[in-house]
Ligand binder design. Structure first.
Ligand code: KIV
Ligand code: ZN
Length: 522
């Protein structure tokens, strides 16, 4: 029987805190459900002291996902630890994850503390966390640039205090596999109580070595790996979950370890995240990129047709990529749609199914074949639970090489129950549409990013538009899919507008309840 490596997913914490990857509560919950279906052992759901939103996310994820361990991050201060524990109160299997930097450069410039003081802070925090729960993880931030003797001292001390998991992060993506192997082996040899804790690794990808370093650490004795879907995370990202898991599976001959991951859920997890945050996966990304299983060269195609093993080291099906994915057509009924969603792992409520069916029939009228990706897009765009203050009633745009782009937009205001129409001109049809919308809503949006891609094949393909729009300095994502790009662009922008208005409403409600503001994390 092979040894088990625990998969600790930090998409909702380390991933989410990186620019352009933020998610609202509803989106975090959707992602958490998918991570649960994927079979991760631990979901790090947030950093509760950092914001009320992070606090709420940890609470709600803990309520929703009862199988995996739910971890909440905190620094070593009592307020941080108390807040993390409060957020974990609904968790069936809570974990407090406390961290402090141990490298001299962090001690000197960031913390302005001595090694003795940081050692004391580490011990105290683990002691306090242990008073709340048995499952306590300690992370020595910037471990790979820390003095190894000091690291041995800190790790020994926190295990003595009861830490059950000790994490050795490569916070700045600086190490290389041979060095990381040496660090993990040294800890195993020189920390006398190391058998009382699981060694965890957490690698950033600044040198593109996050996955290689994680695997080297596993070979050296680590039994928990921290990673994110699609490798999202600070700067160049974190080690990618799908790459680690598939490397362990495909090269079991050299790395005889098991994970609890249902690999057939990998592609869906990647797509779900990409749809939520509006960050597309690069086509040549290992495992989940659009081209990961595409064979272009004639000689490769010839080989694959004769025997897939010639050029494929794993099957697309093993990561949940369907090769034949036409699923429904114009005549499919509500029952078939519900059944298909169930097969895809989504249980829709009656109102959600009604809404999804309406969008499906509209789409099936426009396209001959509806693919699983289309159904996912319907789910992501159409039935997300953001209240729609404005609805798109009509949009028309004209543009050309020698004419000024103009647009006419009608929005329905669900508050006043009135429709308003405005016209505007712009640099192009999409810009003109957005200008007209701003006139109606009174919000001035600044478009930070705009991406369009076709989700499916053919001239009637559904195009999906992602936008990142800033309102009053805060960035919101919006997305929508349609066979008409201008329509999708308008609805994506409106999605971001509705999120911004919803966030404003929520803020107002929270401040009238007098919820105290919390410290921002460093
Ligand atoms: O990169 C890092 O060191 C972290 C810790 C908080 C685990 O994210
Ligand atoms: Zn990190």
């Amino acid at each position: 029987m092979s040894e088990r490596v625990a998969i600790f997913d930090t998409t909702l914490r380390d991933g989410e805190q990186s620019p352009g990857c933020s998610m609202n509560l509803e989106e975090k919950l959707r992602m958490a459900r998918q991570l649960d279906a994927l079979g991760v052992d631990i979901i790090e759901a947030g950093f509760p002291i950092a914001s009320d939103d992070d606090f709420a996310a940890v609470c709600e994820v803990a309520k929703t996902c009862q199988r995996p361990i739910i971890a909440a991050l905190c620094r070593t201060t009592p307020e941080d630890i108390e807040r993390a524990w409060e957020a974990l109160s609904y968790a069936a299997r809570p974990r407090i994850h406390t961290f402090v930097a141990t490298s001299d450069i962090h001690l000197q410039y960031k913390l302005q503390k001595s090694r003795e003081e940081v050692l004391e802070m580490s011990c105290k925090s683990v002691r306090m966390a242990k008073g709340f729960t048995d499952d306590v993880e300690f992370s020595a931030e910037d471990a790979t640039r820390s003095d190894l003797d000091y690291l041995v001292q800190v790790i020994t001390a926190v295990i003595d205090e009861g830490a059950t998991v000790v994490n050795i992060p490569d916070t700045v993506g600086y190490t290389i596999p041979s060095e990381y192997t040496h660090i993990i082996k040294t800890l195993r040899e020189r920390v006398p109580n190391i058998d009382q804790a699981v060694i965890s690794v957490h690698c950033h990808n600044d040198l593109g070595l996050g996955v290689a370093n994680s695997l080297a650490a596993v070979a050296a004795g680590a039994r928990q790996v921290e990673c994110t879907i699609n490798g999202i995370g600070e700067r160049a990202g974190n080690a990618s979950l799908e790459e680690i898991v598939m490397a362990l599976r495909v090269r079991k001959d050299l790395m005889p370890f098991e994970t609890g991951i249902t690999t057939e859920e990998i592609y869906r997890s990647s797509q779900t995240l990409s749809n939520i945050i509006g960050v597309l996966v690069q086509p040549n990304k290992a495992i989940v990129g659009k081209n990961a299983f595409a064979h272009e060269a004639g000689i490769h195609q010839h080989g694959v047709l004769k025997n897939r093993l010639t050029y494929e080291i794993m099957t697309p099906e093993s990561v949940g990529v369907k090769t034949n994915s036409i699923v429904l057509g114009k005549h499919s009924g509500r029952h078939a749609l519900n059944k298909k969603y169930e097969e895809m792992g989504y249980m829709l409520s009656r109102p959600e199914l009604d809404k999804a069916y309406k969008l499906f029939t509209k789409l099936a009228d426009q396209k001959k074949e509806v693919f699983e990706e289309d159904l996912l897009a319907i789910l992501q765009d159409g039935i997300a639970n953001i209240p729609e203050r404005y609805k798109l009633r009509a949009v028309q745009a004209t543009a050309g090489t020698s004419t000024l782009a103009t647009a006419l937009v009608t929005l329905g205001d669900t508050k006043s129950e009135e429709n308003e129409t405005q016209t505007a001109s712009g640099d192009g049809p999409v810009n003109a549409v957005y200008e007209a919308m701003d006139k109606i809503t009174g919000l001035k949006g600044s478009l930070v990013d705009y991406t369009v891609r076709s989700i499916t094949r053919g001239t009637d393909a559904v195009g999906e538009v992602f936008v990142h729009v800033e309102f009053d300095g805060v960035s919101y994502t919006g997305k929508a899919a349609s066979t008409d790009i201008v329509d999708a662009s308008a609805r994506a922008y409106l999605n971001a507008v509705n999120k911004a208005l919803y966030a404003k409403e929520r803020k107002k409600a929270v401040s009238s309840e007098q919820v105290p503001a919390t410290n921002a994390a460093d």
